[in-house]
Design a protein around this ligand. Structure first.
Ligand SMILES: [Zn+2]
Length: 136
């Protein structure tokens, strides 16, 4: 039965084609799954909570859709620090920090900087109060 050969070959070719496209789909599924798994392990970005920005382009964390811990060295004392995903989410989404700003001070230095500012403000107000007393 010679006539049967061409249909078989055709069938095989089609089958190979189907398998190839299925493996491409499978690879795509695998990539999506890998991305979702990566995202699941991280703190997600909620773009609705971010401060609007006038700049063209988006920061990496917005494009990625989730935060990544950022190692850095404190600008003041030089100690190695990690700005964690949770801290970043808080800064950008709760404190409404500018999306282009990043942490530059370690926690103790930030605290010291804050205390210094508060102290300066207290001195300023004390000065005003004293002037008021002298005038009276
Ligand atoms: Zn420091």
């Amino acid at each position: 039965m010679k006539q049967q050969r061409p249909p078989i070959l055709e069938h095989r070719r089609v089958k190979r084609g189907v398998m190839a496209s299925e493996s491409a789909r499978e690879r795509e599924r695998e990539r999506t799954r890998a991305h979702m798994l990566a995202a699941k392990k991280h703190v997600l970005v909620n773009p609705n909570n971010l401060l609007p920005t006038n700049s063209v382009g988006k920061p990496d964390f917005v494009k990625r859709g989730y935060y990544l811990d950022r190692p850095f060295n404190c600008k003041s004392c030089g100690v190695a620090q990690v700005w964690t995903e949770t801290q970043q989410k808080w800064w950008y989404e709760s404190a409404k920090g500018d999306v282009w700003t990043i942490a530059v001070l370690c926690r103790p230095c930030r605290k010291r900087e804050q205390d210094r500012r508060n102290a300066a403000r207290d001195v300023h107000f004390a000065g005003i109060a004293d002037k008021g007393k002298n005038a009276a």
